[in-house]
Design a protein around this ligand. Structure first.
Ligand code: NAP
Length: 251
């Protein structure tokens, strides 16, 4: 059988039960990676379904239920990965939530929950993964940000702050670990067909399409393709970058 680009690599994808996370997990598996699927407990059954699809591709597909905001749970996930797979080569920080509200009416709970999952979760998973990657002296970390973290969006001050934070975090950590052959990049999707964007009203959708030069929403697979590129050696000389996958919204 022809060698696949990610053969012998192990990847962890957070928030992988559906949407972008699921598409990314399947894409990495098709490139030959063994994939550990993380989500919160409510997503365990759907993760098992994705793991089954990965095993059908001939790769290892494991489920590691955990809340990315809980340091102890994330540390346990990393221990499980090292004991069952022996290594961790790729981390995709994909778990994310929105709690939209105009700022004047935004509660502290809405602010804290979004910053916790999107930014603190990225910090905790990255810190835990680096323990193994630093020993290996190799790794690729891909953080899923958003165009909203670059251009802002009314009603999403919490989400914009979290994703802008993810972008700044990406660059700082990229500088910190480059000498150990570990790369850290971000992908900033625009509006992608997903449960998150299914909630948009027809009016909101029409207004949105006017902002997208390619005049359509993106597909999860189109984001997964870029993550797959950043995960492997084809992007060996790229670190600290933000790749927009947004139909030209930000240019
Ligand atoms: P999604 O379908 O809601 O998937 C995100 C997954 O993360 C969900 O299964 C979610 O579970 C899980 N999750 C939430 N909190 C978690 C936690 N504390 N620990 C572990 N898992 C957790 O969203 P998506 O649209 O695929 O988005 C994936 C990523 O892309 C997010 O970071 C999002 O901000 C980013 N993004 C998406 C778009 C878009 O258009 N869809 C655009 C730009 C950026 P619950 O369902 O229980 O919350």
């Amino acid at each position: 059988m022809k060698d696949l680009p990610l053969q012998t690599k192990t990847a962890l994808v957070t928030g992988a039960r559906r949407g972008l996370g699921k598409a990314i997990a399947l894409r990495l598996a098709r490139s030959g990676a063994d994939v550990v699927l993380n989500d919160i407990a409510a997503g365990q059954e759907e993760c098992e379904g994705v793991a089954e699809e990965i095993r059908a591709l001939g790769r290892k597909g494991l489920v590691a239920t955990a809340d990315v905001c809980a340091a102890d749970q994330i540390n346990e996930v990393m221990e499980k990965i090292v004991s069952e797979c022996g290594r961790l080569d790729i981390l995709v920080n994909n778990a994310g939530i929105t709690r939209d509200m105009l700022l004047a009416r935004m509660t502290e709970e809405q602010w804290d929950s979004v910053l916790n999952v999107n930014l603190k979760g990225t910090f905790l998973c990255t810190r835990a993964a680096l323990k193994t990657m630093l020993k290996q002296r190799s790794g690729s970390i891909i953080n899923i940000a958003s165009v909203v973290g670059l251009m802002g969006n009314a009603g999403q001050a919490n989400y914009a702050a979290s994703k802008g934070g993810v972008i700044a975090f990406t660059k700082a950590v990229a500088k910190e670990v480059a000498s150990r052959n570990i790369r850290v990049n971000a992908v900033a999707p625009g509006f992608i067909i997903s449960p998150m964007t299914d909630k948009l009203s027809e009016e909101a959708r029409r207004r949105l399409l006017c902002l997208i030069p390619l005049a359509r929403l993106g597909k999860p697979e189109e984001v997964a393709e870029v993550v797959n590129f950043l995960a492997g050696d084809a992007s060996a000389y790229i670190t600290g970058q933000v790749v927009n996958v947004d139909g030209g919204m930000v240019m």
